[in-house]
Design a protein around this ligand. Sequence first.
Ligand code: NAP
Length: 254
Amino acid sequence: MSDTSFDFKGCTAIVTGAGSGIGAEIARELGASGAHVIVSDMDGASADRIAGEITEAGGRADPCVADVADAAAVERLVDFAVEKGGALHMAVNNAGIGGPSAPLGEYPLDGWRQVIDVNLNGVFYGMRYQIPTMLAAGGGAIVNIGSILSSVGFSGASAYVAAKHAVAGMTKTAAMEYAEKGIRINAVGPAFIDTPLLSKNLDAAVIEQLAGLHPAGRLGTPAEVSALVCFLLSQRASFITGSYHLVDGAYTAR
Ligand code: NAP
């Protein structure tokens, strides 16, 4: 079970894309901190596996298959969380894909639509249904997973960069709209993190090159992202809303 110092007893949390990488680690840490975790992923087997790990370690979790690019599926996911947990208090809109790598003038149109559907529309659908449900519960906290590429560019990744910049802007706007109503909304911007998103799509030499782009001299870990996400979800971050928080080994400081 994850090392944690947070107390989320009595809270229900949705984590999307929780079957792998960063989302799985956030789900584990929330579970270890007492939250009832709705472990959501497009891949049912991986959602089952992570939910199983949490319950075996003594926590509470229910798996739920949902494609975040499908608004109706996201609405059902939120309903499922309320059915299982009684209310929704926290959500982490984490599911994301890398998409094709190509210069903008050659970028495949279907790849563009897919990245925008998952990485941007998926976060919008999440907040669109989470917010009314949290209002009914008297408030809540949302963290949207952006990227360093929410604030800087990256050659070959125009769709991903556009979606992640938009996530930062949408987060700030939603936070302003709901700050007085008790919902805090923040975005987190990880640099390159050692997850299957990298290892499934890139060879070892490219990954090593990416690691070297961080002044810290290495990739980040899912646990290092989860620690920041859990802090932002917690009451210790009670005056933090509407902002974008880097966890990037000084990548964007250059
Ligand atoms: P990951 O290991 O690939 O995990 C992402 C999970 O989301 C996978 O289980 C994936 O399922 C699932 N998923 C993909 N499309 C989905 C959809 N439409 N609906 C629901 N679930 C879906 O990736 P990760 O590295 O943990 O990334 C998590 C988030 O962090 C993403 O938003 C990513 O952009 C962001 N991020 C990652 C890095 C990094 O370097 N790793 C850096 C900055 C930001 P499948 O495996 O079946 O596709």
